[in-house]
Design a protein. Structure first.
Length: 263
């Protein structure tokens, strides 16, 4: 039995892509739980884990379909309705699906703890340190500059995770100047003891110097050191996928993103 009352499957016999999908859902449940005070939340519904951030952006309000046969669209709609936010669902890639509009396929990669070979040290001049609540604006600014997003939007998203239990948000500095960010989420739900790697971003002017790899390695060392047996992440570009492949990650089946399910 997991911390949130869910029965966990026999993980050694679970197909790796199924476990990655479950761990991904666990991480998003954790994101919802730390945002309850801001109107967010998380719940396990029949066939679907749902979360909300309390923010009016669809990328931060999502359900993960865990069993298409049990999925009940009306229950999911009813959960999101009072929250007044746009939302979508993620469905195991290739699953026949008749609700909403397909948007894109989210790639998934994974790494088992025994296969992780940590680098000896960050590149010269690079330091990686945890970001505390008092560094929320700095973290959000670097994150926004790395991904091309509005700072205020990012600040509302990152603030609750800084210092939250089970989260590790880190800043990379090059010769003392902040140049990169990353976040890790350690979970122990239906996906087993896992660590998710999210939001690895480096400022454009200092990319291809090993900073992204150093940020990822910091999260992996923290996660595996805390008992995680599997890491998972979602590369957004081929360049990112190549970086993670060099760190030992392998690609598994992804998740299809559907929107416009709210009637």
């Amino acid at each position: 039995m997991t911390a949130d009352g869910m029965t966990r499957p026999d993980l050694p016999d679970l197909p790796v892509d199924t476990r990655v999908w479950a761990a991904h859902a666990d991480a998003w449940q954790a994101m919802g739980r730390i945002r309850v005070a801001a109107g967010g939340g998380a719940a396990r519904l029949p066939g679907c884990s749902v979360m909300a951030s309390g923010l009016p952006y669809p990328q931060w309000n999502n359900g993960d379909v865990t069993d298409p046969a049990l999925f009940d669209l009306e229950q999911v709609r009813a959960w999101y309705a009072p929250r007044g936010v746009p939302w979508g669902v993620r469905v195991p890639a290739g699953t026949p699906w008749r609700y909403g509009r397909w948007l894109f396929r989210k790639r998934c990669m994974t790494l088992a703890a025994p296969a992780y070979d940590p680098p000896a040290a960050p590149p010269p001049g690079v330091t990686i340190t945890p970001a505390g609540p008092d560094e929320a604006e700095l973290f959000a600014t670097v994150d926004a500059d790395a991904f091309g997003d509005p700072v205020e939007q990012n600040l509302a998203w990152v603030r609750p995770q800084l210092g939250a239990d089970g989260f590790r948000s880190v800043l990379a500095r090059l010769d003392g100047e902040p140049v990169g960010v990353a976040t890790g989420i350690r979970t122990g739900g239906p996906g087993g003891e896992s660590v998710g790697v999210f939001g690895v971003g480096v400022l454009p002017g200092v990319r291809r110097r090993g900073i992204g790899a150093a940020l990822t390695a910091d999260i992996l060392t923290w996660g595996f050191g805390g008992g995680a047996t599997l890491a998972h992440l979602n590369p957004e570009t081929e360049e990112a996928a190549r970086l993670y492949t060099r760190l030992g990650f392998t690609e598994v089946a992804g998740l299809d993103i559907y929107v416009a399910l709210d009637g």
